[in-house]
Design a binder for this molecule. Structure first.
Ligand code: FAD
Length: 402
């Protein structure tokens, strides 16, 4: 192996990896980005991008490209709890809307943006070994489609290789705040189910679902049931999916009038934080932190993680800040930012009825524009649950309803 052919090797080229590689290359670093997949390709994930994620795409100069794909903006989030609905605007003046590009569209755009920035991109390249020298990660070994084994070296190897991260398995990071899978989710795409810029969710006993528009005039409809039902319901996903919708008869009627265009896809995921760095390595995106998809935070989280990790790596390479210190700060900022949302998300993912105080609060919101927008923004990851559910804000909402 030649010594340090690259400043950074990024393993995984989707929401976390391509932006990480792109941002490093834009700072002048020599970057290799590898993925065992080729692009465009799909992956198991729905793809609502809340306003903070759309804002990141705008910051990176990619929003126009996205808009040109015909992906519609999403300006309203509505939460139908049965007896009442909370409907609000998820955005802010700076980041007013969400959107939901197909992963075939989004991930290809991100890989292309990395390549445009000067990143060397190798698709169909599977990493099979994380190479270490005296306890420090110094490179990777892997192969392309021809199976020929290749080794590459870098000053840092960044695992952006998702939930089942190969890099994480190799470096054994500390794992914390772990929770088991809580929810099983299944989704598919429908034509003839117009959403008019809405992300609509329905919350019922032991069921929750959401629908929103994506490319090609299709609507994604995802339904979740408790993880305890995952195995039993596998034998009839379609039947259980359609039966769940009957808990909101008017919506079920709309779906009966629509047409399913694709197969059902579903999964359940564990919840964890991982220490995102060690000697010569880092983890970004799901490789470093994963949470249930019920609040759809993964893509904006991956974008924010990429930006923050790149700042830390840059501080080390450019001004010689110790890697350990720069990355520890990055980890602390990540954890502080996402922990309240992690707790909120994993509570929602149980699909258990909200505790009585939360039920009272939710019931007080309809008609209170500030509260409804605030609730939409909490779900959009714009406002921290720690702020929205603070004593002061809760008292204000409850007082307004009296
Ligand atoms: C059912 C479901 C629904 C979701 N819905 C949403 C949503 O609506 N909105 C949202 O924001 N988030 C959602 N998420 C979360 C979102 O999908 C993830 O947070 C996001 O994809 C993380 O991006 P990533 O780049 O970290 O990982 P991934 O997107 O998983 O990408 C990892 C990449 O690494 C590559 N790779 C893995 N191992 C290797 C190897 N050994 N060698 C080379 N390449 C390798 C893979 O091929 C893959 O391309 C959902 C997740 C699930 C499971």
């Amino acid at each position: 192996m030649s010594p340090n052919s690259y400043d950074a090797i990024v393993v995984g080229a989707r929401c976390a990896g391509s932006p990480t590689a792109m941002l490093l290359a834009r700072k002048g670093y020599r970057v290799l980005l590898v993925d065992k997949a080729s692009f465009p390709s799909d992956t198991i994930s729905t793809h609502l991008i809340h306003p903070p994620g759309v804002a990141a795409l705008a910051r990176w100069g990619l929003l126009e490209r996205l808009v040109a794909t015909g992906c519609p903006p999403i300006h309203t989030y509505a939460f139908d709890f049965g007896p009442f609905t909370i409907s609000g605007a998820p955005g802010t003046p700076e980041a007013p809307v969400g959107c939901a590009p197909r992963r075939t569209v989004l991930d290809k755009m991100l890989v292309d943006a990395a390549s445009d920035a000067g990143v060397e991109v190798r698709e169909n390249f599977t990493v099979t070994e994380v190479v270490t020298t005296d306890g420090v990660v110094t490179g990777i070994r892997g192969h392309g489609k021809d199976g020929h084994s290749v080794a590459e070296r870098a000053r840092v190897v960044i695992g952006a290789d998702g939930l089942h991260s190969f890099v994480a398995k190799a470096v054994h990071p500390e794992q914390y705040h772990e929770k088991p899978p809580l929810l099983a989710g299944y989704y598919t795409y429908w034509s003839g189910l117009p959403m008019d810029g809405h992300f609509d969710t329905y919350v019922r006993r032991a069921r929750g679902w959401a629908a929103w528009p994506t490319n090609d005039d299709l609507t994604l409809l995802v339904i979740g049931w408790p993880y305890a039902e995952f195995e039993a319901n596998k034998s009839d996903v379609e039947g259980n999916y359609l039966k769940s919708l009957e808990l909101a008869p008017e919506f079920a009627e709309r779906v009966r009038a629509a047409r399913r265009e694709e197969r059902f896809v579903g999964t359940a995921v564990p919840n964890y934080f991982r220490k995102p760095f060690g000697p010569g390595w880092a983890l970004v995106g799901d490789a470093g932190y994963n949470k249930d998809f019920i609040t759809a935070q993964g893509i904006p989280d991956a974008f924010r993680d990429a930006e923050s990790c790149v700042e830390a790596v840059d501080a080390t390479f450019r001004i010689g800040r110790p890697f350990e210190a720069a990355m520890a700060e990055h980890q602390a900022a990540r954890d502080a930012h996402v922990l309240p949302m992690y707790e909120f998300t994993t509570q929602l993912a149980t699909l258990e009825p909200p505790p009585p105080p939360l039920q009272r609060l939710l019931g007080a919101m309809p008609g209170d524009r500030e509260a409804m927008d605030g609730f939409a923004r909490v779900n959009a990851g714009v406002t921290s649950p720690a702020i929205f559910f603070s004593e002061e804000n809760v008292s204000r909402i409850l007082a307004g309803a009296r």
